[in-house]
Write a protein of this length. Structure first.
Length: 496
């Protein structure tokens, strides 16, 4: 159970207390992340391969239209939840015994919001859609909102850390859904066929989640309690604002590119974003494990919370820099392998986006620490600040540099997250932690990347050279010591 308390360490001194907390935190993060990582890697690889095939099949212009559909609907998808899912997950992590009641009370409000968000998306599309076909595509894909609450049925598996069965079932569904997409490609289906497939997939996902919930005896029935909804919204609206602004600077660049530069530029940019999304499996998986721990530590122990936060920041910095360096050095090779010659100009975009990966990894921890510890207002203010920077830079740079301007605006915005956090009292300490966690890894990867550049080796050899030299630099900088080695062994289940 998530509700397990940490073992009480012997009072042999502050150092032993801190190490005990770090090892236990690492064990929890490592064990829970292993299951999630295996599932996420599988799903991401399958979806990524299908995405690459779809990009090749549709071409720059058609894929640009398809990608812009999701960018357009992303804003309305936020309206369909208003941050409620994050609060529900946090509350269930703190009180697992009330999972069914907590989710059922929120589900009624979610259904009302879904209806409103769908209608709002149709009205907006009527004014903004570039064509009648585009409008109907928006209407069709927006019906997926009706089935977007399927994670509520899987909460009991999350809480009890019994994710093997649902992850296996979802993996099988991912294969089936990918097979359907592949069949459409083989049959030379038009773009509209792929659009229609999306709501069919959403229906099947909800049905599968409902079946898994029934196996665990979890029955959810939406309850309509306006007074409870009012209390819930008072708590969730800052989280909704935060999540909304976060997703705004994730997606607004593609919408602006479509309006200012056309679908071909969106297609190029979308291809490079697709590669970065594959890399983002790391922070997504890690945060999925860290969030319930941070939420529970917030009410159990401030010391445990701080140690877990510090470990999370450092782990994401360690992972982000070598991946960013490799993508930067071999962007052209990656683009040519994944796409055809039509997308060759996307290599420069990928280099710019790669720069943002370390700050993006660390920033995901920062935002989730704020949300998991009921500091939604600070998260909202920080996200609004980052979104303002992103939109402003896109307005200035897209007309001048098109897709390159959007990529550069994204890189600057991600890197600005920990810096902007310093301006908020509640987030200032986290901002300093985020920045300090990146200093030594940045020095280590700079030395490693320089060595790879001097050697001039290919992508595969460069990967190994980069990994070995980065590890050596981290040891020389004493970023990795015997303490980190013990934490890593514990995270992998190898306790002494």
């Amino acid at each position: 159970m998530i509700a397990k308390t940490l073992p009480t360490p012997r009072p042999d001194g502050a150092a032993e207390v801190r190490e005990s907390v770090a090892l236990e935190t690492a064990r929890r993060l490592g064990t829970n992340s292993a299951v999630l990582l295996a599932s996420q890697v599988f799903n991401t690889l399958v979806a990524g391969i299908m995405g690459l095939l779809l990009i090749r099949y549709l071409g720059r212009a058609q894929y640009g239209l398809f990608a812009s559909l999701y960018a357009f609907l992303y804003v309305f998808q936020i309206l369909s939840s208003l941050g409620i899912d994050t609060i529900v997950f946090r509350d269930v992590a703190r009180a697992p015994q009330d999972a069914a009641r907590t989710a059922s009370r929120a589900l009624g409000l979610r259904l009302v919001l879904i209806g409103f968000s769908m209608l709002a998306s149709w009205v907006a599309a009527a004014f903004l859609a570039p064509s009648a076909a585009y409008f109907w595509w928006v209407v069709i894909i927006s019906t997926t909102f009706l089935f977007s609450f399927y994670p509520y049925y899987l909460l009991i598996y999350d809480v009890e850390l019994r994710q093997g069965l649902p992850k296996l079932a979802m993996a099988a569904f991912t294969l089936a859904f990918s097979g359907a997409k592949l069949a459409l490609i083989v049959l030379h289906a038009p773009l509209s066929a792929f659009v229609v497939l999306e709501p069919l997939s959403a229906v099947a996902t909800l049905a599968l989640a409902w079946f898994l919930a029934r196996r665990m005896g979890l029955g959810l029935r939406p309850t309509f309690e306006p007074l409870h909804w009012a209390r819930l919204l008072r708590e969730t609206w800052p989280a909704a604002v935060a999540i909304g602004f976060i997703n705004l600077y994730y997606r607004v660049d593609q919408l602006m590119l479509l309006r200012l530069s056309g679908p071909e530029q969106v297609g190029l940019y979308g291809a490079s974003v697709r590669v970065v999304e594959l890399a983002n499996v790391i922070p997504v998986t890690f945060v999925a494990s860290a969030f319930p721990l941070l939420a529970r530590f917030a009410v159990e122990s401030q010391e445990h919370l701080e140690r877990a936060t510090q470990l999370a920041f450092r782990a994401m910095a360690w992972a982000g820099f070598p991946l960013a360096a490799w993508l930067f050095l071999y962007a052209e090779t990656v683009i040519r392998i994944l796409f055809d010659a039509e997308f060759a100009p996307a290599a420069g975009l990928l280099r710019l986006l790669a720069i943002s990966l370390p700050a993006g990894f660390v920033g995901s921890v920062l935002f989730n620490r704020l949300l998991s510890t009921s500091q939604q207002m600070s998260a909202a203010m920080l996200a609004a600040s980052v979104a303002a920077v992103n939109v402003s830079l896109n307005v200035i740079w897209i007309p001048r540099w098109q897709a390159e301007g959007a990529a550069l605006a994204t890189a600057v915005s991600y890197c600005a997250v920990p810096i902007l956090a310093l301006a908020l009292p509640a987030a200032r300490g986290l901002g300093w932690q985020a920045i300090s966690s990146m200093l030594r890894p940045a020095l280590g990867i700079a030395a490693a990347a320089f060595l790879v550049h001097v050697l001039g080796v290919g992508a595969l050899a460069g990967f190994f050279v980069l990994a070995v030299s980065y590890g050596g630099a981290m040891l020389l900088l004493r970023e990795w010591t015997s303490t980190e080695a013990r934490v890593l062994r514990h995270a992998c289940g190898r306790t002494p």
